[in-house]
Design a protein around this ligand. Structure first.
Ligand code: FEO
Ligand code: CA
Ligand code: CA
Length: 698
């Protein structure tokens, strides 16, 4: 089968997209992660990678047993999501199915394509719910790109929506509250005539206001999955790069967090580069600060060798930053305020039901390039967060709270639960393979036992004020978590992105998106958990905690998917026939539907197609049968998937972000068509026939 058959699709002629990390455009590298892939990966530690560790034999049967126990529940989360004309569905290019498909996955897959549309499976409709610049707060002006101001932007939906959470609104039937975060800004796609060498103060302040988060109440349509913003609701809120936040937990007040503007080390303005997130069992929303380093200039002027090493480990380098914010606020000038960088790279918790809640940066969860934080409960009712550090050769972490979650919504329960992320233990993962190292040759060829699999352990880093890392205080462990993990033998991974515990089985799914440096000269080579050199397509891992208890300090693991073109011999789809799956590349955000199927959003498809959303069964005879449900417009990334009974929601991030594109030379005009700026937006998808459930035949 051709890797990306486009039979039946209208192909839009487009500029060639060069292969950067995954299939990402250079424009994405520039604005999203500060050209991270053009620089040496910041992890230069001599820390072992999995291939250095002596493999210990473990039978596949025991692994399967370990993963088969039913867990304590994860998070119950209502789903939700709408506008714009429906687009034609892509034609299926695959002969799928061995009889009836599992519930939740009964749809014809969408073929890979490069259309400037959201393409959904046949029989589905889609519409935009909210776009960049749409009003969020009462009195916000309508979007007017030629007359945009920072004040308007601070009351409107921000740029580049990524994580989505949707929660029921007690007492308000047919309404839900959505939290979206706004990762970064694409100035050349936002401002006509943008001069990157000399941005104006107004442009910079608009960008500050376009970062952060939005809380927005949505009204559900009675007969469809359409959602409409309720723009006058008291819960609607914008959080930006200048909104006051609190530090909490063991590093709050640390000298490492003090600046001239905040001599207490407890208060900070703004949240930056919010990527994935999570929703807690007590109804708050978590958001990960990811590539924060790119906003800071003049790191190269720092001379103290210790500080320089700390900055380098977080990718802080160079002189002028891409956006030149250091010219407009000295806190972004590392040479003037070196500790300001330590105040970003955290998990932020907000309460969407309290518009006055001061967002909290939870220091007990460590500081790195946080992708997301997804919860699960231990057998005795404490909360665990699984967290990826999205950088080549960086690590996979978890946090286990000291105290149990209190049930219910009483003020006392709420107050207690808001302390859970301040007292606990932070761990980093070390993986061991069970096959001989010689069988892991970097080609992706399965070892003789038939699986990439093995076991692992959680290495404690710090608990409260106690450090487990030689030579580092607890405060240092929390603020320089990467350096702490380097010291204890954590396993270098292929960019850990989203992590999602299965709501029924408890197995934890980890998206490892790609790592084009794996096996490069001087870099860590392939190992059983990261088995391909120059890994452009990524893999999805299953982690089974010992005794299926999220509090365990050991686990077993196996690769569920090794992504790419099914015709590529290095790919693996849990053993499912490869001529009957959709090609999938660069897994990023993960979600489960109510039947326990895994849904995978991709970022940076390196197979030449637009990014998409895929569903796949994780158990039963169809385990591994990946099916593409939708694709997003040219240049965009698929983010924040939510799969509910009635609708699928995704955030369409950075449409049109293709090399050479600008306001004057757009590559995408989605969603509003020619003559309009492309606008990152949230989309809802539903069955065309009213009241039909997602992924279920009639
Ligand atoms: Fe913002 Fe790791 O993607
Ligand atoms: Ca093996
Ligand atoms: Ca992501």
């Amino acid at each position: 089968m051709p890797p990306h058959s486009e039979a039946g699709q209208r192909i839009v002629p487009l500029p060639v997209i060069p292969a950067h990390e995954g299939g990402r455009a250079a424009l994405t590298c520039r604005y999203r992660c500060g050209d991270a892939c053009f620089h040496q990966a910041p992890n230069t530690s001599g820390n072992p990678y999995l291939g250095d560790v002596i493999a210990k034999a473990l039978s596949r049967r025991s692994l399967l047993r370990a993963g088969s126990v039913v867990s304590l529940g994860a998070v119950g989360m209502a789903a939700a999501a709408t506008s714009a004309a429906a687009t034609p569905a892509g034609e299926a290019d695959l002969t799928l199915g061995r009889g009836r498909q599992p519930k939740g996955l009964q749809f014809e897959p969408v073929a890979p394509n490069k259309l400037d549309q959201v393409v959904v499976a046949p029989g589905y409709e889609q519409a935009v719910v909210v776009r960049w610049g749409d009003p969020v707060l009462p009195g916000a002006p309508a979007f007017n790109p030629g007359r945009q101001t920072a004040a308007a932007q601070a009351a409107q939906f921000g740029y580049n929506c990524d994580y989505l959470a949707v929660l029921d609104l007690p007492g308000e039937p047919r309404r839900v509250v959505m939290v979206a975060n706004h990762e970064y800004t694409d100035e050349v796609l936002m401002f006509a005539g943008y001069n990157a060498a000399n941005p104006t103060r107004e442009q910079v302040e608009i960008a500050w206001a376009a970062h952060g988060m939005s809380v927005l109440v949505l009204a559900e349509d009675h007969d469809s999955g359409r959602l409409t913003p309720v723009t006058r609701h008291r819960l609607n809120r914008r959080i930006t790069a200048t909104t006051p936040h609190l530090f909490t937990g063991p590093a709050a007040g640390s000298k490492l967090l003090k600046t001239s503007a905040d001599p207490t080390g407890t208060r900070v303005l703004g949240t930056l580069n919010n990527c994935g997130g999570g929703t807690t069992p007590w109804g708050t929303v978590l958001s990960g600060e990811e590539n924060f380093n790119q906003y800071f200039g003049n790191a190269d002027l720092v001379t103290d060798p210790t500080v320089k090493a700390q900055l380098a480990r977080y990718g802080l380098r160079g002189l002028a930053s891409e956006r030149k914010w250091e010219r407009f606020d000295k806190r972004f000038d590392v040479s003037q305020e070196p500790n300001e960088t330590n105040r970003h790279g955290w998990i932020v918790e907000i309460d969407p039901f309290d518009p006055d809640f001061v967002p909290r940066k939870r220091t007990a969860l460590g500081r790195f390039k946080h992708e997301a934080a997804e919860p699960r409960l231990t057998r005795d009712g404490r909360v665990v967060l699984y967290m990826g550090d999205d950088e080549r050769f960086d690590y996979f972490y978890k946090y286990v709270s000291r105290d149990r979650v209190k049930k219910g919504n009483s003020p006392a329960a709420r107050k207690h639960n808001l302390t859970l992320l301040d007292e606990g233990t932070l761990y980093v993962a070390q993986f061991t393979g069970d096959s001989p190292a010689a069988e892991i040759d970097g080609s992706g060829k399965l070892p003789s036992d038939g699986e990439f699999d093995g076991r692992g352990k959680w290495i404690p880093l710090a608990s409260g004020n106690r450090s487990f890392v030689p030579g580092m205080s607890a405060e240092e462990v929390y603020v320089f978590t990467r350096l702490a993990a380097d010291k204890v033998g954590a396993t270098k991974m292929d960019r850990p992105e989203d992590v999602e515990p299965h709501p029924q089985t408890g197995t934890v799914y980890v998206a490892l998106t790609n790592n084009s440096d794996r096996g490069a000269a001087g870099k860590a080579g392939p190992d059983e958990a990261n088995p391909r050199t120059r890994n452009r397509h990524g893999q999805v891992m299953e982690v089974m905690e010992s005794h299926n208890d999220a509090a365990a300090t050991s686990f077993t693991w196996r690769l569920f998917l090794v992504c790419g073109d099914p015709a590529d011999p290095s790919t693996y789809f849990a053993g499912f026939p490869k001529d009957k799956v959709s090609p999938v590349s660069c897994p990023d955000n993960l979600a489960f539907d109510r039947y326990g199927n895994l849904w995978i959003a991709t970022d940076g498809n390196a197979l030449g197609s637009n990014d998409g959303l895929f569903g796949v069964a994780v158990s039963g005879r169809d385990r591994g049968q990946v099916k593409q449900f939708l694709t997003v417009p040219i240049g965009a990334e698929t983010c924040g998937p939510i799969i509910s009974e009635k609708r699928v929601m995704v955030a369409v991030q950075h449409p049109g972000e293709v090399d050479g594109a600008s306001v004057e030379k757009p590559v995408s005009v989605w969603p509003d068509g020619p003559g309009n700026l492309t606008r990152p937006s949230v989309v809802s998808v539903w069955r065309s026939r009213g009241n039909c459930r997602i992924g279920e035949d009639d």
